[in-house]
Design a protein around this ligand. Structure first.
Ligand code: AMP
Length: 283
């Protein structure tokens, strides 16, 4: 496995692989790799002759007062995970390598970024789309792998790639969960043991939403009420939002029909957790 810190090294290594005719797969991450990331790497490994994992805690997607400084950076452990999964190249650049003196150029997807997490994290998706564009330009992958766990991110990236005619395919992989249902996340390690024991209620609450919808409830406000009712049972959960939206436009729906995304963000202490369930009532 090669480890590159510079863009030039990445371009060189990928050029060799491409010359050999390999399909290039990219898994963008912020590191602190867990089973969710591993599932993306395995999907890339199954599809692609040459797999690149980027590990970069991207400063431009963190707002003031967010957890950029304390975000975990266990690089040796991450490299071991990548080696074990048969990754060909890890790109772990410095901030200076990625942004030099800073950037005057941003990639911004409108409207889709105003709802859900975007409402509460201004500038976040602009940072994500900008860094992903840079990574796509650096690696020039045929395919890039993202997780359904970050549903809005996946929709925004897909729209960016379509709107800007970027020559790659976006593959969205299912959410990987702990045995108790909590979605795997690098931020779970912030939780105290007491908070960790309350955390699975987020997925339980979303599942309650799914159940009442499957039982015939069609009024989104009533479904949200049911979800909130479950979350109220955990003493330390603070709800940021619970929304039922169209999975493509991310606009709230008036009535639940066809495909809907049930999405929520909560705080447990200082730690922000998100999760979602995608439902297709036509199936
Ligand atoms: P992050 O390192 O948190 O920026 O995540 C990197 C990629 O891994 C993103 O595409 C995430 O959606 C994906 N990811 C994170 N957690 C999970 C999970 N539990 N299941 C599946 N994919 C995930």
């Amino acid at each position: 496995m090669d480890v590159a810190q510079t863009i030039a090294q990445v371009r060189g290594a990928v050029a060799v692989a491409r010359k050999k005719g390999s399909v290039i797969g990219l898994v963008p991450t912020m590191g602190a790799l867990h089973q969710g990331h591993v599932s993306l790497i395995k999907a890339a490994r199954a599809d692609c002759g040459y797999v690149v994992v980027s590990i970069f805690v991207n400063p431009t997607q963190f707002g003031p007062g967010e957890d950029f400084d304390r975000y975990p950076r266990p690089i040796d452990q991450d490299l071991e995970v990548c080696r074990h999964e048969g990754v060909d190249l890890v790109f772990a650049p410095t901030i200076e390598e990625m942004y030099g003196e800073g950037t005057l150029t941003w990639v911004q997807v409108d409207r889709l970024t105003d709802t859900l997490c975007g409402r509460f994290r201004p500038g976040h998706f602009r940072g994500v789309t900008t860094v992903c564009t840079k990574l796509f330009n650096i690696v020039q992958p045929d395919r890039a792998y993202f997780g359904q766990k970050d549903a809005q991110q996946a929709v925004v990236i897909q729209r960016m790639v379509a709107d800007l005619n970027m020559p790659l395919e976006i593959v969205v992989c299912p959410t990987i969960r702990e045995p108790d249902g909590l979605a795997a996340s690098s931020r779970n390690q912030y939780l105290t043991s007491d908070q960790r024991s309350q955390a699975p209620i987020l997925y339980k609450a979303l599942r309650r939403g799914q159940e009442v919808i499957e039982a015939g409830l069609r009024d989104p406000a009533k479904v949200v009420q049911q979800i909130r009712h479950v979350l109220d049972q955990a003493p330390d959960i603070r709800v940021q939002y619970i929304s039922i939206v169209d999975p493509q436009t991310l606009e709230p729906v008036d009535r639940i029909v066809g495909k809907v995304l049930i999405a929520a963000a909560v705080y447990l202490g200082q730690t922000r957790l998100i999760d979602n369930i995608l439902l297709d009532l036509d199936r």
